[in-house]
Structure formats: C-alpha cells, structure tokens
Design a protein around this ligand. Structure first.
Ligand code: ZN
Ligand code: ZN
Length: 350
C-alpha cells in the first residue's frame, strides 16, 4: 500500500479476504489502512468470525458489509484516498458505496487500483500452504486409484463422477474444486466435457479431470485412460501428449518464463503434427482458487517464482474422434519443479 501510495484498501474478493484474514464465510468485506484492518460481516458469522479472524478487528453489521467497510475507511484519520480492485467490483457496487459516503468524499475517496495487490501475495505459497496443497493433491491421487477399481464399460459418466465425489467426501475433502469432468469416447474431444448420461464405451478413451478442496486449497489433476486396446494412432497420440506433459514439467523452474514452459509442451505436439489439436494453454496457477495467476501459456512473459503451484496440462482434441489430456500439479522450486500428483501416467488399458 505504501508503494502504491494507498492510504486505504477495500477487499471484497472472498479468496483474497480469506488469505489476509482467515475468514471463511461467504459474506464479508475487509477494510485495510496502513495501521490497522477491520473485517465487516453479518450476524450469521458472529461466532465464526471471532474464531477465524486474528489479524483484524471484527464488526458485525446489518447492512451490506462492503458499504460499512467503505464508510469506516472514510472515517479513519489520514485516509483521504482508498483503493478497490476493479476486477471484483461491479458498477452497481461502486454506485452503492459512493452513495453511502458524505458528498464531499464521493469523488475523491475511492479509486480503482492499477494492479492487484493481494493476488501477488497469494501466488507464492508458504510452507504451510504447500503442505496443505500436497495433502490435497495426494487425496486426488488416492481418488484416482480408487476410481480405477470402479470403472467398467457400460457405467454412466455421472455414476463415475458421483462415485469420485462421494469418495472425496469420505476421504476428507470439503468439496470439489470444480464440476468433475468425465468425458468418454468421442466426448473426450471436449476439453471441458462435464459428466453426462453417456455410457463408458467398450473401446475408447476416458478423460477424468477433477479436484478437491482441503482447508480451502484446491487440487487439480487429469488422467486419460483407455478401454480396450488402442489403435496405433491412438497410442501414438497418447505418447505425444505424455511426452509434451513431461517436457513441460521438466521445464519448470524458478526464473523460467511461463511461455517457455508452454513452448516445451507445444513444441513436442507440433513435432508430432498435433499443434492444431492443442487448443488451450499449458497450465494455470492453483491455490485458494482453482484458476489463479500465473497463466502458463504462449506469450506469457511472467517468470515462475519459488513457491508457486501451477498445473501442467497439455491436451489434444480431435472432434468426433477422441481427446487426451494429462495434468499434474507442480510446485516451483529454485532449481526445478516438484510434481504433487504422482499418479501413474503411462497409458492404462482397462
Ligand atoms: Zn484440471
Ligand atoms: Zn487445471
């Protein structure tokens, strides 16, 4: 805040707010000055907020927490100028906040910050966060092991998703980090094929992309398996995706530009004649949110930092035929990357 000249900051994006204060409820706003911080929430969270929030004062309000936060900031000595994150503030929010201010402050108090302030803190994970994320990733691997014993041709995709999600809860997950992707046969060519009533084929690919939430942190992994014996062309395509994925994992290291990691995967698929079938970026940051910075894609010049956790998930999609994706979570170290999802990647034929 000092560096950007801000005297106050209003934080409403819940993952940012959780990161800064520990509060896990669904309705709150955090007001921060250079000296102090106050979290505003409603009466449903009186007990919870007192338990969870150590680094800010807690105030229970009956109206919208963000309005109370803005009014409190305006009343703080030395706060003539406060920032908000335009990525998480609607036009209607801003109008409401301004309307709640004394008229002399309406034009001058609030302004959009030029770059996010909390996100850069979040994208480097500390030891405690890394330990949680390792545990979350391992739970994902245990789910994959379990689902391999459950899969058989004829099951519906939704039955696979339901079994995975049921087991996730039993193993301690707080929830899934996104809608489980179960895409079988020609549906595997849909990069985001949510589970449907379709039945698993006797012969063909099955892509499973899923993640769980543990202590607020998301896991994310993808494996593609094959029912029956793959044709030579399918086996070759799988091998190309696997080599692309391994090349990108090997390229991960602190100081490397995100675009270089992307190119490590893309180059392998280009040489295999599959460049056009790889229709998305190689990966993304993961943490309190399933998709965070950095984006590991072409043209992304940001450099990896030790403590970042990213996914490496190249895939190819041949519409009407099949698709293949392999995804790991990788923690960035000073001299490499540590795969947090060590489930097998050699082609599994069921
Ligand atoms: Zn995924
Ligand atoms: Zn992902």
């Amino acid at each position: 805040m000092t560096r950007t000249g801000l005297q106050g900051l209003i934080v409403t994006h819940l993952p940012d707010l959780r990161y800064l204060s520990g509060f896990t409820g669904s309705s709150a706003a955090l007001a921060v000055t250079r000296r102090t911080a106050r979290l505003f929430t409603d009466g449903r969270y009186t007990t919870q907020a007192k338990e969870e929030v150590k680094s800010a004062q807690v105030e229970i309000v009956s109206g919208p927490p963000a309005v109370a936060a803005v009014q409190w900031l305006a009343a703080q000595p030395g706060v003539d100028f406060a920032g908000f994150d335009p990525a998480f503030t609607t036009v209607a929010d801003l109008a409401r906040w301004k309307a709640a201010l004394p008229s002399r402050l309406r034009r001058s108090l609030l302004s959009a910050i030029a770059a996010p302030l909390v996100e850069p803190l979040r994208l480097v994970k500390d030891e405690e966060e890394l330990a949680i994320m390792k545990e979350a990733a391992q739970l994902g691997c245990a789910l994959f092991d379990h689902i391999l014993t459950f899969l058989r041709p004829g099951l519906r995709e939704i039955e696979v998703a339901a079994e995975l999600e049921h087991q996730a809860r039993l193993l301690g997950a707080e929830g899934m980090s996104f809608d489980t992707i179960v895409a079988s046969g020609p549906r595997s060519a849909l990069p985001h094929g949510h589970a449907t009533q379709a039945r698993l084929p006797r012969r063909g690919f099955l892509t499973l992309d899923f993640g769980i939430i543990l202590k607020g942190y998301c896991s994310d992994m993808t494996r593609t398996i094959h029912f029956g014996t793959p044709k030579a062309q399918e086996r070759d395509a799988y091998q190309a995706v696997l080599e692309a994925q391994q090349a990108a994992v090997a390229a991960v290291s602190a100081g490397v530009r995100c675009e270089e990691v992307d190119e490590a995967a893309r180059g392998v698929l280009r040489r295999a004649g599959l460049a056009d079938a790889f229709t998305h970026s190689t990966g993304h940051g993961v943490g309190l949110e399933i998709h965070e910075s950095p984006r590991v894609g072409a043209g992304q010049t940001a450099r990896l930092l030790p403590g970042m956790v990213i996914t490496i998930e190249p895939g190819i999609y041949l519409p009407g035929r099949f698709g293949i994706r392999i995804e790991d979570m990788v923690a960035v170290n000073r001299n490499g990357g540590q795969v947090l999802t060590p489930a097998p990647k050699a082609l599994i034929e069921l």
